[in-house]
Design a protein around this ligand. Structure first.
Ligand code: ATP
Length: 252
């Protein structure tokens, strides 16, 4: 069977909380190899959609396909094993362990190397090399031996991205990757997302519209649980409905 053009397809995705539609009939298609952003004003339903897609919430109705396969009823761990990985899903950062040790632990998970204790020395050496590569990819090579808890906020987020990448996701889902970051960290993480997107698909929820403009091939704007409009940044920036959704006045 030919591989679908879309890595992810959501059809009629709906989530009700006690009668309130947080997400209502959302159709979403994420093109293979693209960076796709989900934006919208506060309360639009972005986090709920993100949690539905990553199986942290069960939809009230609707269907989710990953690479053409229906994963609506599949658990989050099983989905992650298929290559659809949410940052911070499996890769918690342990504050007392060094950055290198954190990445090494993440590297042990998908392969089951933890059980090959008799090969510990050899395995750890090969893991070290790969862990250092991943740290370099997020510009943390100078912090390899620093306990994760001592890293400043922005660098901790970079470490979380490195531990996520250790799982070799084919489809990476990022929830507000630049939230709470200082300006220089935002640029660094943006560049990092662009770099890691080269051989994978990325879906991100992001409040920083500069980051969205800079990175996204496709942007879906949510409003009150529904898709308001979808397109590239230029198209959306000139769309009166998007301006109104953001400004709430219609005469912005
Ligand atoms: N567990 C829940 N129980 C009840 N209502 C919820 C729950 N989770 C979300 N909601 C409601 O659903 C709506 C969408 O919330 P959601 O967090 O998905 O929006 P968002 O676009 O991510 O907002 P923000 O930008 O503020 O993070 C909101 O009105 C919210 O109050």
């Amino acid at each position: 069977m030919a591989e679908s053009e879309y890595v992810l397809e959501a059809e009629g995705l709906t989530k009700q909380f006690r009668g309130f539609y947080a997400v209502n009939g959302v159709n979403l298609k994420v093109r293979r190899g693209s960076i796709h952003a989900l934006i919208g004003p506060n309360g639009a339903g972005k986090t709920t959609v993100f949690n539905l897609l990553t199986k942290f919430l069960e939809p009230t109705s609707g269907r989710i396909l990953y690479k053409g396969e229906d994963i609506t009823g599949t658990g989050s761990a099983a989905v992650a094993r298929k290559g659809m990985v949410r940052s911070f899903q499996i890769s918690a950062v342990f504050p007392r362990l060094t950055a290198l040790e954190n990445v090494r632990i993440a590297l042990q998970r998908p392969t089951g190397l933890t059980y090959q204790f008799w090969k510990a020395e050899e395995v750890l050496d090969s893991l070290n090399d790969r862990a250092l590569e991943l740290l370099a990819a997020v510009a943390l090579d100078d912090a390899a031996h620093t306990p994760a808890g001592e890293l400043p906020y922005g660098r901790k987020r970079s470490l979380e991205i490195a531990t996520t990448l250790a799982l070799e996701p084919e489809f990476l889902l990022l929830d507000e990757p630049t939230a709470g970051m200082a300006h220089e960290d935002v640029s660094r993480v943006s560049a990092l997302i662009r770099q890691v997107s080269k051989d994978r698909t990325v879906l991100l929820v992001e409040h920083n519209l500069g980051v969205v403009a800079d990175l996204s091939d496709t942007i879906t704007v949510l409003q009150r649980g529904e898709v308001l409009v979808e397109g590239d940044y230029q198209t959306l920036a000139n769309d009166p409905a998007v301006r109104e959704a953001y400004m709430g006045t219609g005469h912005a």
